[in-house]
Write a protein that binds this ligand. Structure first.
Ligand code: BTN
Length: 331
């Protein structure tokens, strides 16, 4: 989805010395210079500012600090620039909006991002705290031509992909907790909710939802989350520029999706899971069909099951559910 403003931004972002002349932009977009000027005014109203120099043209002086759909779209690399980003100030749930867009036959892939959600959904029917506009509420929608069994490891792969991005690209020591949590300092930093429609022989579509606490303030958290949740800003002391962060993260997720569909990710998947697994080697408990199972976490198998080693060294495979890390000194 490339609006005129997005194209202007892209030119300004990629200009060698930062300046782009009005006449160049007018020619590039086949519009008049007056029209370029009015688009620049629209961009100013959207939180951008420019330095304008005679003969040289315009240079970006200021970009919006809060999430900007125009800026985000302009920051996407050319490989993914056609992926539409549907942006909302506030919406019930980006996953629900993604489902509505799918029902209206919106072409995939596409992204839905909101500054806040009124009915953010978590796993197992839980709510996802979504009132802090410093955080990220994102859904990406795909229609992979893959057999349904491939769904089993999709969220796990996305989890380590995002974890690797946060560690390597942003230098934030995040871990992944099977099956869908992202942890920082042993507290919940993010969660994933994948919702798919599956036919007998193939995945029809899938909505990958990610809630990531980026610049959220601990003071805004509801009392029941204060001790167990964190944000990047709270954990590192550094707030993050949401637009560049989100554009790079989106790129990483889209690249990761491509690797997943081409099945070129298996080796990396195994390596990254071992690298970022928050449970590895720890005693944990979980409920399977109402029955508690305890064991030492030994990673996952090829089908994405969590492996729990028993005292007799046999393995229990855990398919779904919440896992609790046993704290030393606690029963
Ligand atoms: C969990 O840990 O339980 C998963 C939380 C997933 C939350 C995200 S926020 C964006 C997307 N829209 C939703 O309603 N939920 C997901």
């Amino acid at each position: 989805m490339s609006s005129t403003e997005t194209t202007i931004l892209r030119e300004l972002l990629t200009a060698d010395d930062g300046f782009v002349s009005g006449s160049f932009l007018a020619e590039r977009l086949s519009v008049s210079r007056v029209s370029i000027w009015s688009h620049m005014e629209k961009l100013r109203a959207a939180g951008f500012d420019f330095e304008a120099r005679p003969r040289l043209g315009y240079r970006l002086k200021k970009t919006p600090t809060s999430l900007s759909p125009l800026f985000l779209q302009a920051l996407l690399p050319s490989k993914w620039e056609q992926v539409p980003v549907h942006f909302h100030e506030s919406i019930d749930s980006t996953n629900s909006e993604a489902e509505r867009l799918l029902a209206g036959n919106s072409p995939t892939p596409f992204a839905v991002i909101a500054r806040a959600q009124t009915r953010g959904r978590g796993r197992l029917g839980r709510q996802w705290f979504s009132a802090d506009s410093g955080n990220l509420y994102l859904s990406l929608v795909f229609q992979p031509r893959l057999p349904p069994r491939r769904m089993q490891t999709f969220t796990l792969w996305m989890g380590v992909t995002i974890c690797d991005f946060l560690n390597q690209n942003q230098n934030i020591p995040v871990q992944v907790k099977w099956p869908n949590d992202l942890l920082l300092d042993h507290k919940k930093l993010g969660g994933m909710l994948t919702e798919a429609r599956v036919d007998s022989d193939r995945i029809r579509d899938l909505v990958f939802g990610l809630g990531l606490n980026v610049n959220g303030q601990p003071g805004n958290l509801p009392p029941d989350l204060k001790d167990t949740a964190t944000s990047i800003a709270a954990g590192t002391g550094h707030p993050i520029g949401l637009n560049r962060f989100t554009a790079t993260l989106l790129t990483r997720i889209l690249d990761g999706y491509q690797d997943f569909t081409q099945d070129t990710h298996q080796e990396t998947f195994r390596r990254l899971w071992t690298q970022y697994d928050a449970l590895l080697g720890h005693p944990v408990t979980t409920l399977q069909g109402g029955t508690p199972i305890a064991g030492t976490a030994r990673g996952i198998d090829d089908e994405g099951y969590l492996l729990l080693e028993q005292p007799d060294h046999s393995f229990q495979r855990v398919s779904a559910g919440d896992v609790t890390l046993k704290k030393p000194g606690h029963a």
